[in-house]
Ligand binder design. Structure first.
Ligand code: MN
Length: 327
């Protein structure tokens, strides 16, 4: 924390203008941390704005109360003095993860900084603000407000709370700490209504998505006496239901709610694009290794990759590999 906050202090004292960006397909933590950190910079008297490559998903739009997140497009005109801006990247430590915006800005901006909580190499931590033990970047932004003894507005409190709710699965995942809950309590003191945030994030599913998920569920195959569940999400299912691919993808987590299931795999393909594999595991079962050997990545218990095989070949291949993992 000390090193990270010192790095941040030095960085923001060196510059007056900032562009903030989050990873592609932004999630609740990405949008929450960007909105709250943007206001933090404004409170310091700095100039800043948020520029993302991808649109904010509908269920996170409530976080961006003042419509501050700008989505990059060909029509977007960068400020004339973009060469005086420093780029701050939130919720990823890989510049290649922020999409088009990185390539548009990389030769123009004066400097760059990362605020993140994903695992990364030591070198990155030396010069940025990376805390892998923290639940979310939104929680890190809360700590920054606290460190600066700055009052948190309702807007930023709700953004921080939403980011923490999303990244901790409503305060359940392993990185949920006493500090996370203290930060949440403080946000509620600022007027945040927990049930409203919960409903906005988790209860905005469409009927089409519901139908898509029922189709995915019906493909369930169990292996290893019920320790492993495999499912399929095909382009045909998306066409038949008119749902979005993203609404089907979340099904990967469902099998792990079944007692005894320690491995879940979803082979999926959008109407266009490659066949993809998502894997989830519990405990010591490492699915990141399989993902990396196939050109993908992730964490020990959550990983995936893009396949260059056909849908059916991919399904057979990954099920075989996962079965071998047990023998
Ligand atoms: Mn995050």
């Amino acid at each position: 924390m000390i090193k990270g906050i010192n790095n941040l202090k030095e960085f923001i004292s060196k510059h007056e203008k900032f562009v903030l960006s989050t990873h592609e397909s932004p999630d609740g933590d990405a949008i929450g941390s960007a909105v709250a950190f943007n206001e933090f910079l404004h409170n310091l008297g700095k100039t800043s704005f948020i520029l993302n490559s991808d649109p904010t998903p509908d269920n996170f739009k409530f976080i961006d109360i003042d419509n501050e997140v700008i989505i990059y497009s060909d029509k977007y005109i960068l400020p004339d003095d973009i060469d005086k801006y420093a780029h701050i990247v939130l919720d990823t430590n890989d510049y290649n993860n922020i999409g088009l915006v990185y390539f548009k800005l990389k030769d123009l901006v004066i400097d760059r900084f990362i605020i993140d909580h994903h695992e990364s190499g030591g070198l990155l931590s030396d010069s940025n603000f990376i805390k892998i033990e923290t639940s979310s970047v939104s929680e890190i932004v809360f700590q920054i407000y606290t460190y600066y003894k700055m009052k948190i507005s309702f807007k930023s409190a709700q953004a921080i709370f939403a980011g923490m709710v999303f990244d901790t699965g409503s305060f359940r995942y392993p990185k949920t700490s006493p500090d996370t809950l203290k930060a949440a309590a403080e946000c509620i003191n600022c007027g945040v209504v927990p049930f409203f945030v919960y409903e906005q994030i988790w209860e905005q599913n469409s009927l089409a998505g519901f139908k898509l998920r029922s189709k995915i569920l019906s493909t369930t195959e169990t292996f290893l006496d019920g320790k492993m569940i495999a499912m399929k999400l095909t382009p045909k299912m998306i066409e038949e239901t008119n749902a979005s691919f993203a609404e089907g993808e979340t099904m990967i987590n469902m099998p792990l709610t079944v007692k005894g299931v320690v491995l879940s795999v979803l082979v999926k393909q959008n109407i266009e694009g490659p066949v993809k594999v998502s894997m989830r595991s519990k405990g010591e079962i490492d699915v990141a290794d399989i993902a990396m050997k196939n050109g993908g990545g992730g964490h020990k218990n959550a990983a995936g990759y893009k396949s260059n095989k056909s849908f059916d070949e991919t399904y057979k291949y990954v099920v075989d590999i996962l079965l071998k993992l047990f023998n």
